[in-house]
Design a protein around this ligand. Sequence first.
Ligand SMILES: Nc1nc2c(ncn2[C@@H]2O[C@H](COP(=O)(O)OP(=O)(O)OP(=O)(O)O)[C@@H](O)[C@H]2O)c(=O)[nH]1
Ligand SMILES: [Mg+2]
Length: 243
Amino acid sequence: MCGTCGCDQTARTAQTVNDISRLSPPRTEQRRLQVEINLMAQNDHWAALNRKRLDKAQCLALNLMSSPGSGKTTLLEKTLQALPGSFPVAVIEGDQQTEQDAERIRAAGAPAVQINTGKGCHLEAQRVSQALDQLLPAAPHLLFIENVGNLVCPAGFDLGEQRRVLLLSVTEGDDKPLKYPDIFARADLVLFTKTDLLPYVDFNRDRCLEFARRIRPGLPALSVSATRGDGLTEWLEWLGQPG
Ligand SMILES: Nc1nc2c(ncn2[C@@H]2O[C@H](COP(=O)(O)OP(=O)(O)OP(=O)(O)O)[C@@H](O)[C@H]2O)c(=O)[nH]1
Ligand SMILES: [Mg+2]
């Protein structure tokens, strides 16, 4: 859980945890746990509010999670190009630094809000709520939330999305489900990306999917090459399927 690595601490809570760690060990552990529980409860509260707002707006929100660089933004660019021009879609971009991904999305034709998490390695529901303030008035039917590139911490933070898509590029290795089970356990779809590179890497899709389904039985899977366009039709069909 992310509270263990401390990556979700704001400056204030990080200070609190530092203060706590000066206390005697058993009490320190108890207080640290309490801080983590409070932070998670706060996140869950904001996530529930987000979900209510999205449901009311009839907007389907998808949380895209993956390691850094596995092709989230490229897939979104291609998805936006493939959707009819008038289709109301919006994007929230999460990165530690820079506005680059939001700029790429805007260049592809959709409104985008960039969230910079600084030291944080995942998005949190309260920041997503602030982004919704900007994006929901335009009444999008589809909202993509590109999480910060990380196969660990995003698994623990509900953002209020309806569906979670886990991207795994073929260059990352087919053992990843066994090494990072939490994120696979919470996925609604695993999307194998960069399949154009399969001839050059040692990646066994069947083996990887078998590992993933040990963790999440029946987990649906698709394969795409965003650069070549392979699998985009199936991806768009999946997007159009009811919950
Ligand atoms: N060969 C190949 N390269 C791809 C594909 N999709 C993305 N890439 C490349 O992979 C690199 C990272 O792509 P991004 O779309 O920025 O990845 P990302 O997951 O959004 O990265 P972060 O936001 O930094 O986590 C870029 O150089 C892309 O051109 C693909 O289908 N095939
Ligand atoms: Mg990106």
